[in-house]
Design a protein around this ligand. Structure first.
Ligand code: C5P
Length: 233
C-alpha cells in the first residue's frame, strides 16, 4: 500500500490574534508546520507529503524541503483538503491519504503507526480522544432573565462522545468522492470523517493522545512547547 500525508495549512488563523497564520508561529525555533511535516517525513511508511497553502503564501516554499509537494488551497478547509487529495490521486496515484492539520505539531511517528495499523484493513479511520469533561448541549433559545448567557438544553452521554483529532486516514479515491459530494451539496463539514459519514462509510476511532491537540488560541503555544519538551526527554 502507498500512503501520502496531506497537510492543510491554508487557513488564516483568525482566532489566534497573531500577525501571521498560526502554522507559522514557532516553538523551539521551528514553525508549527515544520513540526507537523517532520513527523511524516520521519515515518518509514509515508511516501509523499503534500502541504496545502494559501494562494498568497510565500513562506511554505522557503521553509519546506524540496521533496514536499506544495498545492494551493481554497476558501474553506474542505476545499483545501480536496485540492491536496486531488493531487494525491491524480499526480501521485497514492492508495491512502492521511490528512493532518498543520496546527497539530504534537503528532509523532508512534501515533501515525497506531492509526495505520488499526485502519489499513478497513474503509478508514481517525485519531480521536474520549472526553474527560461532562458535555452540555446549549439551548437554541436564550434564557428570559439572562439573555446574554448561554444555557443548557441537555447533558449528553459522555461515554458516547469522542473528540476528533487528525490524522484522518481514508482511501484516496473514496475521500475525493466524499469531499466532492459534500462541497456540491453544501454540507457543513469540519473534518474529513464527516464527509465519509455522509456517504454511509464506516469510520474507525483510534485513541490518540492529548499532545496531538490543535493549536488554536494564543495560550496554546506554551502547552505545545511543554509537550514537545516532554517528548524529547
Ligand atoms: O481553522 P481550523 O483550526 O479548523 O484549521 C485547521 C487546519 O485547516 C489548519 O491547519 C488550517 O491552516 C487549515 N485550513 C486550510 N484551508 C482553509 C482553512 C483552514 O488549509 N481554507
Amino acid at each position: 500500500s502507498s500512503y501520502t500525508a496531506v497537510i492543510p495549512a491554508a487557513g488564516i488563523g483568525a482566532r489566534m490574534q497573531a500577525y501571521k497564520p498560526k502554522q507559522y508561529l514557532k516553538i523551539q525555533k521551528k514553525t508549527l508546520l515544520e513540526h507537523s511535516v517532520n513527523a511524516f517525513t520521519n515515518h518509514p511508511l509515508i511516501e509523499h507529503i503534500i502541504v496545502v497553502v494559501h494562494p498568497d503564501d510565500e513562506t511554505a516554499r522557503t521553509i519546506l524541503t524540496k521533496d514536499v509537494h506544495i498545492v494551493v488551497g481554497g476558501e474553506e478547509r474542505c476545499d483545501s483538503v480536496l485540492a491536496g487529495v486531488n493531487y494525491a490521486h491524480e499526480q501521485l496515484q497514492s492508495e491512502w491519504v492521511l490528512v493532518h492539520d498543520a496546527a497539530r505539531p504534537g503528532i509523532n511517528s508512534g501515533l501515525i503507526s497506531k492509526l495505520i495499523d488499526n485502519v489499513k484493513c478497513s474503509t478508514g479511520g481517525i485519531l480521536a480522544l474520549p472526553l474527560v469533561d461532562t458535555v452540555k448541549q446549549i439551548s437554541p433559545t436564550a434564557s428570559a432573565e439572562h439573555s446574554n448567557t448561554p444555557r443548557v438544553d441537555k447533558t449528553l452521554d459522555r461515554e458516547k462522545i469522542w473528540s476528533a483529532q487528525t490524522p484522518q486516514m481514508f482511501k484516496t479515491a473514496a475521500l475525493q468522492q466524499a469531499l466532492q459530494f459534500a462541497i456540491q451539496h453544501s454540507l457543513s463539514i469540519t473534518d474529513e470523517a464527516s464527509a465519509m459519514e455522509a456517504m454511509g462509510t464506516e469510520v474507525l476511532l483510534v485513541e490518540g493522545h492529548p499532545m496531538n491537540f490543535k493549536v488554536t488560541k494564543p495560550e496554546d503555544l506554551q502547552l505545545a512547547e511543554y509537550y514537545l519538551a516532554q517528548s524529547q526527554l
